[in-house]
Design a binder for this molecule. Structure first.
Ligand SMILES: *Cc1c(COP(=O)(O)O)cnc(C)c1O
Length: 364
């Protein structure tokens, strides 16, 4: 007798259904392959979802960060305060603008930029604060917004992992200038894609110009821009995904709650009172033997991932800033202990029970 093997549980699984397929075929039939009416409709729908006045679609989350920084006038000689514990694009987008990332250590509670350490890092060259809502948990965004206001700095939110996350009932991406990613593993996808959100008419205008070769009037280039445009094909997928986003987010939140009620002996994710964590990642902290545990989970048919194994200030590309080990102890400790488990909406209740039971067994 052979047992039916349990299908492997991947750590992320993008959902593409009939609505997305139909939407793509409609675009192909329309002949509108560059940016057109679907990009405009997606921008309107996403702005409404986030609760922002404007949304500007671009071709990746990285593009959203670069265009947002440039729309705020960030360039050579400027500094941008950010977190060392994120995906590399948070920092490299600052470098791409000719500015310097200035790292500040994270809050051990949620692994996001620690507002209490930000003020000491502000200099005459500082132009912006760029927090990340890591794993879908809002950074302490109200405090950061207040600091930005007090020091007349731009606030740019890396919300690449945080579609629909909220602080005090307000969605992220509306406290400052929001930057979202629609990469396939994110909470919703367009294939590649990104979005900038803002309530500021002038920032929105500049972002639209920078996105399109710096031209407002055809063949007249007032600002430095490149081609950061989204195409209608991607926007059509995004519109179909956005309709399902709240249901998927509800499933992520429920899956996370169920995992936390079943897992024993590991530190499970914490949610700050009054915040809505949208669980892009469900990340536990493993006191010791993390890499071995990851291998054992893999052998048991459970995918997992480390977000992120090397803090940004320790990356080879950033070494020129001369930030050695010990510069940001909270971020360095997090990099050694975090482990993300599957939490995506495609999980069945049995999958969640199996993940928790396997973890509990491997711990003992
Ligand atoms: C995914 C991600 C980005 C980059 O988005 P892309 O669409 O992949 O360019 C930036 N910052 C964070 C925190 C991300 O998770």
């Amino acid at each position: 007798m052979t047992a039916v093997p349990r299908p492997y549980i991947p750590v992320a699984r993008p959902h593409v259904g009939e609505a997305e397929k139909r939407a793509v075929m409609d675009v192909l039939d329309s002949g509108q392959l560059a940016a057109g009416p679907r990009v405009e409709a997606f921008e309107r729908a996403f702005a409404a979802y986030v609760g922002a006045k404007h949304a500007i679609a671009v071709n990746s989350g990285t593009a959203a960060l670069i265009v947002a920084l440039q729309a705020h006038g960030v360039g050579p000689g400027h500094e941008v305060i950010t977190t060392p514990f994120s995906f590399i694009a948070t920092a490299t987008s600052i470098i791409a603008c000719g500015a310097t990332p200035v790292f500040v250590d994270i809050d051990p509670f949620d692994l996001n930029l620690d507002p209490e350490k930000v003020e000491d890092a502000i200099t005459e060259r500082t132009r912006a604060i760029l927090p990340v809502h890591l794993y879908g948990h809002p950074a302490r965004i109200a405090e950061l917004a207040e600091l930005a206001e007090d020091f007349s700095l731009a606030l740019i939110e890396d919300a690449a992992q945080a579609h629909g996350a909220e602080h005090a009932g307000q969605r992220v991406g509306t406290f400052g200038t929001g930057c979202f990613s629609f990469y396939p593993t994110k909470n919703m996808t367009t294939g590649e894609g990104g979005m900038i959100t803002t309530n500021d008419d002038e920032i929105a205008r500049r972002a639209r110009i920078i996105r399109n070769h710096g031209q407002e009037v055809r063949y007249r280039h007032d600002l430095f821009g490149l081609n950061w445009r989204m195409q209608d094909l991607n926007a059509a997928i995004g519109l179909a995904q956005l309709e399902q986003l709240e249901a998927w987010t509800g499933a992520r939140i429920a899956n996370a709650a169920r995992l936390s009620s079943l897992i024993r002996g590991f530190e499970t994710p914490r949610v700050r009172e009054g915040d809505r964590h949208v669980f892009h990642q469900y990340t536990i902290r493993v006191p010791s033997g993390r890499d071995r545990l990851q291998q054992q989970l893999h052998e048991a048919g459970i995918g997992s991932a480390i977000h992120y194994p090397v803090p940004i200030h320790r990356q080879p590309i950033i070494q020129q800033l001369g930030l050695g080990d010990g510069s940001f102890p909270v971020a360095e400790a997090a990099a050694e202990h975090v482990l993300s488990l599957p939490v995506h909406p495609g999980l069945e209740p049995e999958d969640i029970e199996y993940i928790a039971a396997t973890l509990n067994r491997l711990r003992s």
